[in-house]
Write a protein that binds this ligand. Structure first.
Ligand SMILES: Cc1ncc(COP(=O)(O)O)c(C=O)c1O
Length: 511
């Protein structure tokens, strides 16, 4: 019956057909009923295979396959004719099966983890609506949401006023800030370009995120003009060393313009002393940018916000709610203390086709010209819906619990033989070595450290091939490979911390 109606439809269309270049233009070419069914079935898979399994520790964190094997399993070839829905649903299943479950309670590998149901729904909504956040006419709700979220984040930083923009990543926020500081230093750069500028120099700690180097190279400042400032044994920038570096740059005849302090370094989770750094910036008239991509979320916690003491003195702040707060990648804001429109002045291109000044509504809501992008995702919405659902106290609880779990892990590490902390953590990064039984009696010396260097990569390989957990490792500032355990997810419990230590012992018992 259905097939008959379909056939009749086609015949009817052909009869009334309007042909252009041999193409029938009557009616749409998509089969929306079939499309809806496909979405429904795919959503069922997402629910069963991802969301319902997210807190199940009996599931694997990853199903490791070498690239060549995975290529064969996945049927990556794109062909002239489309695949059936049945085949596509199977492909969706395969993609899920062989992807890393970053929402698994034993995924401790990066500075994000876990699942937040509200930001997830927000993502479903925005994926379905497919908006682009540049003008009020196409994104009325999402622009107002972004404004409300930025206002609230500014409040937590402690500024009375300010501005901001969501953008794709902390790295990009840092780049925005660097360019903005340079624009403030020499506004004519926007029109005249780099020629004629003095050698610009910026300062960041030796523990800062690598995006500082990338931004300096991308913006034509040059990586050699990032002066790395020494850190203390806890990974914090030493203010006296910063002062020395600024003096050095001045003596060389270059033009210092920016200090990038880090609140929550990537590896050690260290917080630079912002108040003292702000004093130096004031003295030398330097822009202070705080990369709080990782540590910014501590501002939400009354207990832990002291880690960022002095942040209100910054000129700009990068803060990623997609890390500690689980707002979903990507959700990152650059916040700026200036409220005189500096962000817009620096970035606007005034495209006449998009930002017409004679629109029928208040065009100050067309905020897209503050961005380096044209199309932009409504990332603030994920954070907003989550914040609405949990309230500030719920977000605060999330931060407090992550840090309490990290503290628990630290105390357990101290009790166990073979585990050695690198330093007392301030935040959720717990860095430690595991010394397997065979190395415990060795004398401290180059051979010991060289052998210890090889332990973490082997343990990592074994955990991934087993699929039991994921945990990062790295060398850092002359220290041999050590584990970096990052505690974030609210799905994680004390038992997962115990499991982690037991599992390392088990995986390394023959090393
Ligand atoms: C301190 C710090 N800044 C910036 C970034 C970059 O953030 P994104 O990954 O969102 O680009 C990171 C990433 O881990 C980070 O730890």
């Amino acid at each position: 019956m259905e097939a008959n109606t379909c056939k009749q439809d086609v015949l009817q269309k052909k009869k009334n057909a309007i042909l252009v270049d041999g193409v029938i233009l009557n009616g749409p070419i998509t089969d929306s009923k079939a499309g809806e069914k496909f979405v429904e079935e795919a959503c069922k898979i997402i629910m069963e295979e991802i969301i319902q399994k997210a807190d199940d520790v009996t599931e694997k964190v990853c199903e490791w396959r070498a690239p060549e094997t995975l290529k064969k399993i996945l049927d990556l070839e794109m062909r002239d004719t489309g695949e059936s829905h049945q085949k596509l649903l199977q492909l969706c299943q395969d993609v899920i099966q062989y992807s890393v479950k970053t929402n698994h309670p034993r995924f401790f590998n990066q500075l994000y983890a876990g699942i937040d149901y509200y930001s997830l729904v927000a993502r479903f909504i925005t994926e379905a609506l497919n908006p682009s956040v540049y003008t009020y006419e196409v994104s009325p709700v999402f622009l107002l949401v972004e404004e409300a979220v930025i206002k609230k984040m500014i409040e937590f930083i402690g500024w009375e006023d300010g501005d901001g923009i969501f953008n794709p990543g902390g790295s990009v926020s840092n780049m925005y800030a660097m360019n903005l500081a340079r624009y403030k230093f020499c506004p004519e750069i926007k029109e005249k370009g780099l020629s004629g500028l003095p050698r610009l120099v910026l300062f960041a700690s030796e523990e800062c995120h690598y995006s500082m180097k990338k931004a300096a190279s991308f913006l034509g400042i040059g990586t050699e003009n990032v002066y790395f400032v020494k850190t203390d044994e806890r990974g914090k920038m030493i203010p006296e060393e910063l002062e020395k570096q600024v003096q050095r740059a001045r003596k060389e005849g270059s033009a210092p313009f920016l200090v990038c302090a880090t609140a929550g370094t990537t590896v050690l989770g260290a917080f630079d002393p912002l108040d003292k750094i702000a004093d130096i910036c004031e003295k030398h008239d330097l822009w202070l940018h705080v990369d709080a991509s990782w540590g910014g979320s501590a501002l939400i916690s009354r207990k832990h916000r002291k880690l960022l003491h002095g942040i209100q003195r910054a000129d700009s702040v990068a803060w990623n709610p997609h890390k500690m707060l689980l707002a979903g990648i990507q959700c990152c804001a650059l916040l700026v203390k200036d409220n005189s429109g500096l962000l817009k002045k620096c970035y606007s291109a005034k495209a006449a086709y998009l930002f017409q000044q004679d629109k029928f509504y208040d065009v100050s809501y067309d905020t897209g010209d503050k961005s380096i992008q044209c199309s932009r995702r409504p990332d603030a919405f994920k954070f907003w819906l989550m914040w609405k659902a949990l309230g500030t106290t719920g977000l605060e609880e999330r931060v407090n619990r992550a840090l309490a779990l990290a503290r628990y892990l630290v105390e357990e590490i101290k009790k166990r033989e073979g585990f050695q902390l690198l330093l007392e953590p301030e935040y959720a990064n717990v860095c430690f070595w595991y010394v397997p039984p065979s190395l415990r009696k060795m004398e401290d010396g180059p051979e010991f450290w060289q052998k210890l260097h090889q332990v973490a990569p082997v343990v990592k390989e074994r955990m991934m091939k087993k699929g039991s957990m994921m945990l990062g490792y790295q060398p850092n500032q002359g220290k041999v490979n050590f584990f970096r355990q990052v505690v974030i997810s609210p799905q994680v419990s004390r038992e997962d911390m115990d499991f982690l230590l037991d599992e390392i012992e088990l995986l390394a018992k023959d090393l």
